[in-house]
Structures are given as C-alpha cells and as structure tokens.
Design a protein around this ligand. Structure first.
Ligand code: PLP
Length: 406
C-alpha cells in the first residue's frame, strides 16, 4: 500500500545525506572522542566540526554555547530545572498554556514544588496577548519559557519581541525558547533578531536527523546548573559519552536545511496551501485551527465538526495516510488537546481535529491522495454520526448548538 506520511511535526525521515554523514562513526571511527590516543581523534574532530556548524546555524558567538543532548525534552528540562536550581531566590516562571509537554509538564511540576507559574492564555487564533505578557513580568520572575512555534497548530510566537521586552524589563530574567518546530524552518539568529534569547532548544529528528540527539543553546554566562552530572563532556555541563554518529548527523541535517531553504519552503507552503484549500472546499463544516495567526508553512490543523479525530485517523491509516489528532488516547480515555482547549476551540471541534504536517519529501501525489481520500472518509463517518443529518447534508439543529459549544 502507498504510504503518505503527513506527520512530520511528530518526526521526519532521516535524510540519505545524513545517514551517509553518520556511517563512519558507527564503523571505522567508533572510538570514544574523549580517549587520548590518535585513533580517537576523528571522532573528537567530528564533534568539533558539528559544534561549529550548529554554532554558525544559530549565530552563537562561542562554541561552548552549544550543548549536544539526547533530545529537545532533555534540553528543555535542563534549562528549566537548571535555571531554578541556579537561582533559588527568584520564584516566578512565565510560560504559555500551549507549550509542548516538555515545557508544560515541567512548569506544572515546578508549580507543584512551590514556584509561582503564570500560564499565559492565547486567543481563538492561538496568538498571545502582549499586554498580558508585559503585566505578567515581575520583580521575582526567574525565567520566561515561550515556544517559537506550536507543534499542533504551527502558530508562531514573536519571540524576538517577547525576549526584548523581557530584557528591557529586567536583564536578569532568563528567556528560554523551544525551537523544536522551527529549527531549519525559520531563521534562528541568536546574535541578531534573537539576541535577547538566553536559552534555546531543538531536536534533530524534526529536521531529518535521527531521533536521540538534540541541542541546547546556552548563552555565555546564563546561570543554569547542569542536569546530567558525571564525566567532563560538553565542558562539564552535560555529562555522558557523546553520541558521535548522531551529532555528526544532526550537523549534516542543519547544513541541508540551509542549503536550499527558500526553494524547499516555497514548495512546502504551496503544497500545504493546496491541501488546506482543497479540504476546506470539499468538506462542509471544517475550520483551520490557527487561521489568521502567523503559521509555519508546513502545518495544517483542521477541525472536522461532528466526528471524532481518532475515527478519522483510523480510516486515514486504512488508506496509508499517517497523520495525528488533537486527542491523545491515554489510558483508555480520549484526552483532548490542551493547545486547542486553550484556544477555546469548541469541544466537538477539538475531538474532530487532525494535524497534517509536511516536509521536503512530501510530493504533489501525496497531497492529491489525501485530497481524494479525506472527503470520502469524512462523508462515511458522518453518515454514521448521530450528529450529522446526511439526508440533508447539513447538521441537525442540536448539532449546530454543539458546534457553537453551547
Ligand atoms: N517541543 C516541541 C515543540 C515538540 O514538537 C517536541 C516533539 O514533538 C518536543 C519539544 C520534544 O521533542 P523530543 O521528543 O525530541 O524531545
């Protein structure tokens, strides 16, 4: 069966060029980069080159500002818990109600352990209220943790502006951004537009490197205690023998993302727009979550009213289409997405939400297949839905009330 992969915000395929760049460090150059003998030197050199590549990519001033980790989750946990441990006198944290769990759950954990955490709300399009942000900054604010773009909706936050306001208010407040969905997609210039950002994290596997490697940018002098303690790797700030092949792969992925960036982005945007416009035109009662807000060019999050996202995913899967829904099936119960709930998407629409996310490998044929299959699936599911009056091809009155969330 033809597989159409439209779940690139979950993970991406490893690029052949990345696999090639990693190969030698699994085989001939398997040595421990910390070993003193000459044979280990290619492994150590590979890490040095990778650090230079990532530092250039991020506009880091010093190589020591780049830490290689196992994933974005580790980078974000390190930044948040490490900042709290290094600054015991400041007890206030600002974040948003729509962060990925790698930040959201950590902030909830910090709140449980006695810190005061402000979860900034978003509006119906997913935008933050700048006024509310400015009001939230306090004398005892320790860190602001705001993502660059949302993984579910693709909505982009103006972190340049938010970081600048933070530093103008109090230069001692740390600004952390989760750039997991933007690395390789949006410019990340930490000595230019993002010069007020202290800490920034991303994972390799969202930009065609393998799972199991991530980056934490830590601006020189940022007070953050290490999370992984042990050996002296990464300048003593992240212990553990380096994952040489994956670090080399991540650096190659970063290069690839820059090589033909504009052309790739334009093509992805055009495919996403075609997909989105086609779905809106062919399926009644559909809305785009995040519409009207600045959004990533590869992400389409739609709510299909009167049916369950899980049912749609199951059917899409039958046709070889990989996507994800706004409900996570956890311990047998359908947990609606905290992101869509924070955007005040009506209950039925949250349950009927599907995220389709594209990459450089998405083709015209993939989009055509999705556009052919998706409306049929929705029509079939709606025929079975008690809320949908198929005879008239329009919602029943009680369903309309549900759609309004009343
Ligand atoms: N932050 C965002 C915005 C993400 O999308 C993800 C993964 O989906 C993460 C953090 C966590 O990444 P990882 O699972 O690679 O640690």
């Amino acid at each position: 069966m033809r597989i159409v992969y439209l779940d690139n915000n979950a993970t991406t395929a490893v690029a052949p060029e990345v696999r090639e760049a990693m190969e030698a460090y699994f085989t001939a150059e398997y040595f421990n980069p910390s070993s003193a003998y000459d044979r280990a030197s290619p492994a150590a050199q590979a890490i040095k080159r990778a650090r230079e590549t990532v530092a250039r990519f991020l506009g880091a001033v010093e190589l020591s500002e780049i830490l290689f980790t196992s994933c974005a989750t580790e980078s974000l946990n390190t930044a948040l818990y490490g900042a709290v441990r290094a600054n015991p006198t400041r007890r206030h944290v600002i974040t948003t109600a729509v962060e990925h769990p790698a930040v959201y759950e950590v902030c909830k954990d910090l709140a449980r352990s006695g810190l005061d955490v402000t979860f900034l709300p978003v509006d119906r399009a997913g935008n933050l209220d700048l006024g509310a942000f400015i009001q939230a900054l306090r004398r005892d604010t320790l860190i602001v943790a705001i993502m660059h773009a949302n993984n579910e909706t693709g909505v982009i936050f103006p972190i340049e502006q938010l970081a600048r306001i933070t530093k103008e208010t109090d230069p001692a407040i740390l600004f952390l951004s989760d750039a997991t969905q933007t690395a390789g997609k949006l410019p990340l210039d930490l000595c230019g537009a993002l010069r007020h950002v202290d800490l920034l994290a991303f994972s390799g596997h969202k930009l065609h490197a393998p799972k199991g490697v991530g980056v934490l940018f830590m601006r020189r002098g940022a007070p953050v205690r290490p999370f992984m303690i042990g050996g002296h790797q990464e300048g003593g700030r992240r212990a553990g023998t380096e994952n040489v092949p994956y670090i080399a792969g991540l650096a190659r992925a970063v290069e690839l993302a820059q090589e033909d960036h504009d052309a790739v982005e334009a093509r992805i945007r055009q495919l996403r727009d075609r997909l989105e416009t086609g779905l809106l035109a062919s399926i009644p009662c559909v809305e785009v979550n995040g519409q009207g807000a600045p959004r990533l060019p590869n992400t389409c999050n739609i709510s299909v009213h009167f049916i369950e996202g899980e049912g749609m995913l199951y059917q899409l899967n039958e046709y070889g289409i990989c996507a994800s829904s706004g409900s996570a099936c956890t311990s047998g119960s359908l947990e609606p997405s905290h992101v869509l709930r924070a955007m005040q998407v009506p209950f039925t629409a949250v349950h009927g939400s599907v995220r389709l996310s594209l990459s450089r490998y998405t083709t015209d044929e993939d989009v055509a297949h999705a556009l052919e299959v998706f409306p049929r699936i929705v029509a079939n599911l709606r025929r079975l839905s008690p809320y949908w009056d198929s005879a008239h091809d329009r919602p029943r009155p009680e369903s309309e009330a549900m759609m309004r969330g009343t």
